[in-house]
Design a protein around this ligand. Structure first.
Ligand code: ZN
Ligand code: FE
Length: 262
């Protein structure tokens, strides 16, 4: 078996609803967004893996909080966004950079995806069609705009939507059911969204992860990639949430509605 055939991604559940993503080849591992060092150490021990690299998408503690404890133990390179101050980063990255790891053998290209935070980055394993997008795109939804603008977020999500449809979306939280409940409200005539919500509810009832999804599935059902659909703008207008026509205003109104949706 070649190394690339044996390369895989394993979810490490942490906190209430985070997924920390472990990329490994049965011997060496890279961890994406280790918010919880103890959870990572337990997974490494359970799978008998050695940590070789840490990859960060943004500065929030549920993504970067485990770095100090992990580097004390493993002395590994820490990759992360060049424009965010995160203690421990020794390989600052921006769009166009490529991270080449030898063990596990994987190349990850970097996208700047500001919006959730100002310096948020995402990693694309082009050979495998894997996307690690932190809190930018979620299954059925997108991250809150804590530091960036709606315009930035539409551009960031546009970069993700331009990836091949079969790209697996390894997002950082299990928010799928609540996101899709909102998606159904935003696009009540989208039958595929309703079916996806039912399927996600069935999985969660059995405590099974709903992620990764795919870029293609998100383009068909995620309102934050579908805000250019006329029906979404019309619904926002008739419910008094929007009085303009430009796509960024539609996106902003959609995001604000989601913030108060129950
Ligand atoms: Zn975050
Ligand atoms: Fe998060």
């Amino acid at each position: 078996m070649s190394v690339s055939q044996s390369l895989q991604v394993t979810a490490i559940p942490a906190f209430d609803d985070n997924y920390l993503w472990l990329i490994h080849d049965q011997e060496y591992a890279a961890i994406v967004d280790p918010g919880d060092a103890a959870a990572v150490e337990a997974a490494l021990a359970a799978h008998q893996l050695k940590l070789a690299a840490i990859l960060l998408t943004h500065h929030h503690a549920d993504h970067a909080g485990g770095v100090p404890a992990l580097v004390r133990h493993w002395h590994v390179p820490v990759y992360g966004p060049a424009s965010e101050r995160i203690p421990g980063i020794d390989h600052p990255l921006r769009e166009g950079d490529v991270v080449t790891l030898t063990s596990p053998s994987v190349q990850l290209s970097v996208l700047d995806v500001p919006g959730h935070t100002a310096g948020h980055i995402a990693y694309v394993a082009q050979g495998q069609h894997w996307l690690f997008c932190g809190d930018t795109l979620f299954a059925g939804g997108c991250g809150r705009l804590f530091e960036g603008t709606a315009e930035q977020m539409t551009q960031s999500l546009g970069k993700i939507a331009a990836l091949p449809d079969n790209t697996k979306v390894y997002c950082a939280h299990e928010y799928t059911v609540s996101n899709l409940r909102f998606a159904v409200a935003a696009e009540p005539d989208n039958q595929r969204t309703a079916e996806r919500l039912a399927a996600a509810q069935t999985l969660r009832a059995q405590n099974i992860a709903t992620v990764p999804s795919t870029v293609g599935e998100e383009k068909l059902t995620n309102p934050f990639l579908r805000y250019r659909e006329k029906s979404i703008a019309n619904l926002l207008k008739t419910s008094g949430r929007l009085n303009k026509d430009d796509p960024v205003a539609v996106f902003a109104a959609l995001r604000e509605w989601k913030n108060v949706f129950r």
